[in-house]
Ligand binder design. Structure first.
Ligand code: ZN
Ligand code: FE
Length: 275
């Protein structure tokens, strides 16, 4: 029987030597993250198959598993074709009947162990983070977070199936992960998110510093990701709803008093939708 969350040892805080995480770009601004060790690979949120098949072929990689954060087509749409083309692999995804492709259902407190990837396997703890969708999960292990469309760099996903209390609680949990956790999210939205963050907090120097880095990376044609939890705590307005500067800006935008961080969060999320 697997050890319970309370008694099992923590996942190491770094990736084993030889394991790398590489982006596969998809659609307009999606990232399909490819965890790679030797000639083995696991992909996260393959919304479409062709770019994954091309990347695997180019590097002679064997697909050994798939992780899914949520049911949206731009995150799961490629699974059927990948499995059809490459043969069956474990597909770890949340408990949601809209994700028919998942073969291993994951819940809060579960630990996914990707046995084939290296000696001892790669381990990721599952966090249920509802809000963007009702069954959204994130995967955390080895100092890495796959946050899907819950936490973006300097932003967060739209609340399609959640409430402000739910979504802000989910974001608070991710913000509480170790500061040096590297954040691999589902979309390249960072520059647009920075524009919004500057409107909320024009005097936050951490936003300027991160903006300069992001601009350099994007100009060089590289992803702005991964970010880190430290960077997100310092720059992401949706993680900063308790900061007086953020609360002030949200209150001014709302034109009425807001009763605390969750209301501030709700106002920010609504503001961003029309920004
Ligand atoms: Zn989504
Ligand atoms: Fe998405």
């Amino acid at each position: 029987m697997p050890a319970s969350p309370a008694t099992r040892p923590a996942v190491p805080s770094r990736l084993p030597d030889g394991v790398a995480i590489e982006p596969i770009t998809a659609f307009k601004d999606n990232y399909i993250w490819c965890i790679r060790a030797g000639n083995r690979a696991v992909v996260v949120d393959p919304g479409e198959a062709p770019p994954v098949l091309a990347a695997l072929r180019a590097a002679s990689l064997q697909l050994t598993g798939i992780l899914l954060t949520h049911h949206h087509a731009d995150h799961i749409g490629g699974v059927a074709e990948l499995v059809r083309t490459l043969g069956p692999v474990p597909v770890h995804g949340p408990v949601d009947e809209r994700i028919t492709e998942a073969t291993v259902r994951v819940r809060e407190g579960d630990r996914v162990v990707l046995e084939a990837m290296c000696e001892g396997g790669l381990a990721f703890d599952v966090l249920e983070v509802p809000g963007h969708t009702s069954s959204h999960v994130a995967f955390h292990g080895h100092g890495v977070l796959f946050s899907g469309d819950t936490l973006f760099s300097v932003g967060c996903g739209r609340m399609f199936e959640g409430t402000p209390p739910q979504m802000s609680a989910s974001l608070d949990r991710l913000a509480a992960l170790p500061a040096d956790t590297r954040v691999f999210c589902g979309h390249e939205y960072t520059a647009a998110n920075i524009a919004f963050a500057r409107a909320v907090e024009p005097d936050n120097p951490a936003i300027d510093a991160w903006a300069a880095t992001v601009e350099q990376l994007r100009t060089a044609g590289r992803p702005s990701l991964p970010s880190t939890i430290a960077t997100e705590r310092a720059t992401n307005p949706f993680l900063r709803c308790a900061e007086p500067s953020v609360a002030r800006a949200a209150t001014a935008h709302a034109g009425r008093a807001l009763s605390g961080p969750v209301e501030v969060f709700g106002e920010l999320r609504a503001w961003k939708n029309t920004f």
